[in-house]
Design a protein around this ligand. Structure first.
Ligand code: ZN
Length: 78
């Protein structure tokens, strides 16, 4: 990880604004889901992709009864 050279202040509701340059660079548009990850003392924002409930994979994930499962785990169940 390297600093982006950008400092923003958290507002009274806990919000921060992602700079337009970063939104453009990472193709983040209004309404896109973003996942908040924590690694040690760091808070990381990532584009959200549904993860398999069994193995945490994001590859080949399909929805089943409001949960997500990957094709690998689905194959093991069958
Ligand atoms: Zn899986």
């Amino acid at each position: 990880m390297k600093p982006a050279g950008i400092v923003r202040r958290v507002d009274q509701l806990g919000r921060i604004v992602l700079p337009k340059s970063l939104r453009k660079r990472y193709k983040m548009n209004e309404g896109d889901p973003v996942e908040i990850l924590v690694q040690g003392d760091h808070i990381i924002l990532e584009r959200y992709y549904p993860r398999c409930v069994f193995c945490n994979s994001i590859e080949g994930v399909v929805e089943f009864k409001e949960r997500y499962i990957c094709s690998g785990c689905l194959g093991e169940i069958k």
